[in-house]
Design a protein around this ligand. Structure first.
Ligand code: MRU
Length: 354
């Protein structure tokens, strides 16, 4: 059964329950976020992670914020600004987080403009309804991405994926892994290689866990092995998710994705990105404008509680990199497929959004 990474419990005064992904695969534990600060910490420490999932979480974060907002409507609107700024600062690369919170704020402002005598309780309900809509739409987008992309998975193929773009990373069944789930549902037989994804091991801990639960043949490899497997003919396609896609198709995803795209091109292997329309940032022309999150040094210098880098040695730990559009064979969205993406094709593709 596909796991639910996050779910709201109760009415607008309820709380957000998330799977604590830091504890997988050893333990399937849930975390209850009742305060905005709880959610900020959960996002920052990757208890909840993956671009679409943190977008949905951010939307519910504003519902939590409204629970604490005392006073009138204007105080409510100010609280939305304050909490969206705070939550948005937790992880800068995935655009879905700011996209979802911006959508909530726009909805709130529209409501207030149209209802001059609105009560704070009503504003809170409107925000809760919008967060629920974002959640439901994400579930649907994931399914559509899977259906739109499953044709790229050929029978008997070897598929390489990086990081985790599965159900754990979304409200639904994932993006890149949704394509694999749909192909599996269609009785295709294929083998997945999951990069372990240093330093936080989302591939080894999360992708392998999800695929094994789904009964899909999965093998974990070190990140540094990918090129050699390609050379040996074991990989027929690479598919990953995305954290932000610039207007020209340049795509930020987990560190290591860029290297895979170069290896794929060198070995003449198709390289696919699967992502919802909420991951496109049409305000930036190219990938050079995507902010790259820098993570704490101890993620590299320690293996659990054991130091593995000598004290005093410098560490560099960017969490994401950018793959140029020219290295991407196709981007799969809920709206269809953009082959050899460029600005014009992406603009046309997104015009189909209602
Ligand atoms: O640091 P993470 O684990 O949040 O990074 C996640 C990724 O890079 C995913 O590939 C991306 O967010 C897409 S998830 C559908």
């Amino acid at each position: 059964m596909i796991i639910s990474a996050l779910k709201w419990v109760g009415n607008k005064n309820g709380f957000l329950e998330v799977v604590d992904q830091r504890r997988l695969p050893a333990e399937l534990a849930k975390l209850h976020c009742r305060e905005v600060k709880d959610l900020y910490d959960a996002i920052k420490t990757l208890a909840v992670r993956g671009a679409p999932a943190i977008g949905v979480a951010g939307a519910y974060g504003l519902v939590l914020g409204m629970q604490k907002s005392a006073g009138g409507i204007q105080e409510g609107i100010s609280a939305l600004e304050k909490y969206s700024g705070y939550l948005g600062s937790s992880r800068p690369t995935a655009v879905n987080l700011s996209w979802a919170m911006e959508r909530i704020k726009q909805r709130a402002k529209r409501f207030v403009t149209e209802n001059s005598d609105a009560k704070p309780e009503e504003l809170h309900q409107i925000i809760f309804d919008e967060a629920n809509a974002i959640y439901r739409e994400d579930v649907q987008m994931c399914e559509k991405i899977g259906r739109n992309g499953q044709g790229f998975i050929k029978d008997q193929a070897g598929i390489l994926t990086h990081c985790n773009a599965g159900a754990l990373a979304t409200a639904g069944q994932g993006t890149a892994l949704s394509v694999l789930f749909e192909a599996h549902k269609n009785k295709k037989r294929f083998k997945v290689y999951a990069d372990e994804t240093r330093p936080l091991l989302q591939g080894a801990r999360l992708t392998a866990w999800e695929l094994q639960r789904a009964g899909i043949d999965v093998t974990v490899i070190c990140d540094s092995m990918a090129g050699w497997l390609m050379k040996q003919g074991k990989i027929n396609a690479v598919i990953t998710g995305a954290d932000r896609i610039a207007a020209n198709g340049d795509t930020a995803n987990k560190i290591g994705t860029y290297s895979l795209s170069i290896l794929a091109r060198e070995n003449k292997i198709p390289f696919y990105i699967a992502a919802p329309s909420s991951t496109f940032d049409m305000n930036i022309k190219s990938g050079s404008q995507i902010p790259i999150e820098q993570r704490p040094h101890n993620e590299l210098s320690f293996w659990g509680s054991k130091r593995i880098v000598p004290e005093g040695v410098d560490i560099y730990n960017p969490a994401f990199d950018v793959t140029e559009a020219e290295n991407i064979t196709a981007i799969i969205t809920e709206l269809g497929v953009i082959e050899n993406p460029d600005t014009e094709k992406i603009e046309t593709h997104l015009q189909n959004l209602n």
